[in-house]
Write a protein that binds this ligand. Structure first.
Ligand code: ATP
Ligand code: MG
Length: 343
């Protein structure tokens, strides 16, 4: 960071200009990452993440933002607000997908130019794909890139045992969204689709789905609304056409797996003999999240054993463990042919 930017950073802090401070701090983190100073970059990110003052002091709160809405029946919060720091390098997906996501950011950042021609940026996006393929990570990156807080709505907690409450919960959430600029993630959005197949709840759930779709359609604010789904097949045409873009996430191919391994191990000193190609080939069918779990387990064990550098051996063992876990999960899913006697 050059000296004039350091000066600006200090001035932003003194004048409590959180937006500028945040932007400069993020640039500094990016610079450290470019220089391969990942440890420093991660420590700086953690400091910012733990500093809730960003959210508390932001313009939104200055305008007396009401408290987070809660379910009337059970009293739990209907959404959570996060501020994370991620960038495009964190997401390893097909380049076409990144291109569309960058387009979304560009259109929303420059929405005023579009508005003067009566055009609106894309801001309703469906993210669909298997678990652990980067959908939530995408929401975090969009939130960082836009410098909007991330607002996460988990559908399973919105659906109340009294379905009438569900519609009122949705209303409360959309009222809240109206009060600021956010990246909103409607997580596990397909849970309402899934329930539609349940004959006992059919009528009510249909009403809830229609209600949500209507609220989505009527939303004309400046936030970016994302909905994530693991089961695209249960979402019908009527749902799909409500979104400006439908993005499909796949399990990573062999090249992407290699890149995700490299990304995960960045923070630790490693043996130069690590064969990433081999690791990628051995992990066919793994999601990005599986690879992250493999990497974290290997790094922890290596560190706690007092190793100076991470070696292939630790990673291989961790891959085996993940395969056992996945087999276990698979047998649970396939009608429970597994019993504890099998252990
Ligand atoms: N495409 C990817 N590129 C890089 N890292 C990834 C990718 N997919 C997953 N990961 C790693 O796995 C973690 C979990 O992924 P994420 O939470 O985004 O999955 P998800 O698609 O939201 O899954 P779910 O459907 O279960 O909610 C990420 O934080 C990241 O570290
Ligand atoms: Mg997710």
């Amino acid at each position: 960071m050059n000296s004039s930017n350091i000066e600006l950073l200090f001035k932003a802090h003194i004048s409590k200009n959180d937006e500028l401070f945040n932007e400069l701090a993020l640039n500094l983190i990016k610079e450290e990452e470019m220089k391969n100073h990942h440890l420093v970059a991660n420590r700086l990110k953690k400091i910012l993440e733990n500093d809730n003052s960003y959210i508390n002091k932001s313009n939104l709160i200055k305008r007396n933002l009401p408290p987070i809405p809660r379910d009337n029946e059970k009293g739990f919060p209907l959404l959570e607000i996060k501020k994370d720091y991620y960038n495009w390098n964190d997401l390893i997906v097909d380049s076409k997908l990144t291109e569309i996501l960058k387009e979304v950011v560009r259109e929303n950042k420059k929405s005023q130019i579009l508005a003067s021609y009566g055009l609106k940026p894309k801001n309703k996006i469906l993210l669909s794909g298997p678990p652990g393929t980067g959908k939530t990570l995408t929401a975090k990156i969009l939130s960082s890139e836009m410098n909007y807080p991330l607002l996460i709505v988990r559908f399973d907690s919105v659906i109340s045992s009294f379905l009438g409450e569900t519609s009122s919960n949705l209303r409360k959430i959309f009222d809240y969204i109206e009060k600021g600029k956010w990246v909103v993630l409607f997580d596990e959005f397909d849970i309402i689709g899934k329930k539609r197949d349940d004959p006992t709840e059919h009528g009510e759930i249909k009403r809830v789905v229609n209600n949500f779709m209507l609220m989505l359609e009527n939303y004309t604010g400046d936030s970016i609304l994302l909905a994530s789904s693991n089961h695209p097949q249960i979402l019908d045409e009527a749902v799909w056409r409500r979104f400006d873009e439908v993005l499909i996430y796949y399990l990573p191919d062999v090249e992407s797996r290699e890149k995700i391994f490299k990304k995960c191990f960045k923070i630790l000193h490693r043996e130069s003999s690590i064969n990433y190609k081999m690791l990628a080939e051995e992990t066919e069918g793994f999601s990005g999240s599986d690879i992250e779990q493999v990497s974290i387990r290997a790094m922890k064990n290596s560190l706690l054993d007092g190793e100076k550098r991470l070696s292939q051996d630790y990673i291989e063992k961790s891959i085996q463990r993940q395969k056992d876990n996945l087999r276990f999960k698979g047998s649970m899913k396939n009608g429970g042919s597994f019993t504890f006697k099998d252990l």
